[in-house]
Design a binder for this molecule. Structure first.
Ligand code: IMP
Length: 407
């Protein structure tokens, strides 16, 4: 049995994956991302200091852990550079342990311009990072990839054609300003050193590691309900955020995934537009938002809040072949007298709730399941029972030590 673990968010992102990946990375040899880009935002609290990572896998904080950005990502070179510089300034070393696939599609300034201007009319509420337009070019087979930075002569005519096309879209479809070709070329040239330093045939690297039985974490970004195929389309991101995305986004087949850890908050949040059956608009929503600090890590937008939707999670657990669960931010429910969970929908699609008693006490310092108040234990057991999957990890606060490990 392979020792590798896939870690996925099961909701609309922001489930607290960063903290869990960070904790599990301590005993791993590599952490690899397989989809998305710098639309992700992993907030970690390490030694009392808050760190937000967008592109670099959370494993980078552990000096002996190798980190990979697989072929399935879309990469903004300035965003990558900024993150590396900031992390290096806080003493983190990237040399010989950070690898970027040459097959990653690049996010260009025109992608960002198109994303921002288009979202105004389409109203998905994207992060405005150019993610969708970059994936469009990938699928349309005209993307500029990280590995293309090796050969400027071959790249130049392709770039000219692509930027001319993007500018037609900007000017004629959206009545927006064009982006000068030189701006794009300058940006790519200014970051050429990233290619020299971090470019890698990551599929081959990964194959070697798998054969050597290295302990690898595959780190999902965003959440399953934002999946381009299985999410709340069209209010989704443009990548495969579910388990299937790992094999295409890193070139590692499914049999090399040992376990699949699905992460869900003890309630639900969503940033951006789109359906959210259990969304609350009352004082409970305000309480969840306030206690849970529910503000987007990437865009700073307030997150919409609601009760846990077990009916939706049931489907997502199946799609991902989840082998065990991690429940995060359970402490945010500390002040509630009653807690609701959606266990079905009526004919109109409205949630049908089961009401469970709250515990009305601070659990943020508790380290063991048995020490939790009875109603908190019952809440966990109810979810476990409904989803037919064991909850092995419970997070009761942002710090590494505010984590209860069960099985
Ligand atoms: P995009 O990924 O920027 O195209 O945005 C599409 C949708 O996914 C929007 O609703 C975003 O708010 C959402 N989204 C993208 N990345 C994240 C994330 O890391 N956490 C939460 N929502 C996200």
């Amino acid at each position: 049995m392979t020792v590798n673990t896939l870690i996925l968010g099961l909701q609309w992102g922001d489930e607290g994956k960063g903290k869990i990946v960070d904790a599990l990375a301590e005993t791993s040899e590599a952490v690899c991302r397989f989809q998305g880009g710098h639309n992700a935002g992993h907030t970690l609290k390490v030694d009392g200091e808050q760190k937000v990572l967008h592109l670099v896998p959370s494993g980078i904080l552990h000096p002996s852990v190798h980190c990979v950005l697989g072929n399935g990502l879309v990469i903004s070179l300035p965003a990558l550079e900024k993150e590396i510089v900031e992390l290096e300034q806080s003493g983190i070393n990237f040399d010989g342990r950070f690898y970027v696939s040459g097959d990653c599609s690049l996010i260009l300034p025109t992608h960002i311009a198109i994303d921002q201007v288009r979202d105004k009319s389409e109203g998905i509420g994207t992060t405005g990072r150019g993610i969708g337009p970059a994936y469009e070019d990938k699928v349309a087979r005209r993307a500029i990839r990280f590995g293309d930075l090796q050969d400027w002569q071959a790249l130049q005519p392709r770039l000219e054609k692509l930027i001319a096309y993007h500018n037609k879209v900007l000017v004629h479809l959206y009545d927006a300003d064009p982006v000068p070709l030189e701006t794009v070329i300058d940006e790519l040239r200014a970051h050429q050193h990233l290619f020299q330093k971090f470019h890698c045939a990551t599929q081959t690297l990964l194959r070697g590691w798998v054969k050597e039985n290295k302990k690898i974490i595959f780190e999902g970004a965003q959440g399953s309900m934002l999946d381009i195929d299985h999410g709340t389309y069209p209010y989704v991101t443009s990548s495969s955020t579910t388990a299937g995305g790992l094999s295409t986004g890193l070139g590692v087949g499914p049999k090399h995934i040992g376990s699949i850890l699905g992460i869900t908050k003890a309630y639900t949040t969503r940033v951006g537009e789109g359906p959210f059956a259990t969304e609350l608009f009352d004082e409970n929503a305000a309480q969840l938002a306030k206690i849970g600090h529910e503000v987007g890590a990437t865009t700073g937008r307030p997150r919409r809040c609601g009760w846990l939707d077990l009916k939706a999670l049931e489907t997502i657990v199946f799609i991902n072949s989840v082998t065990s669960l991690c429940l995060t931010k359970l402490d945010v429910l500390d002040g509630f007298k009653e807690i609701k969970v959606c266990t079905d929908y009526d004919d109109d699609g409205s949630p049908i709730y089961t009401t469970l008693p709250g515990w009305e006490q601070d659990i943020s310092g508790i380290k063991e399941f048995d020490a939790l108040p009875k109603s908190a234990q019952d809440y966990i057991l109810f979810i476990e029972d409904f989803l037919e999957s064991s909850i092995d990890i419970v997070s009761v606060g942002p710090s590494r030590d505010q984590t209860i490990y069960r099985n």
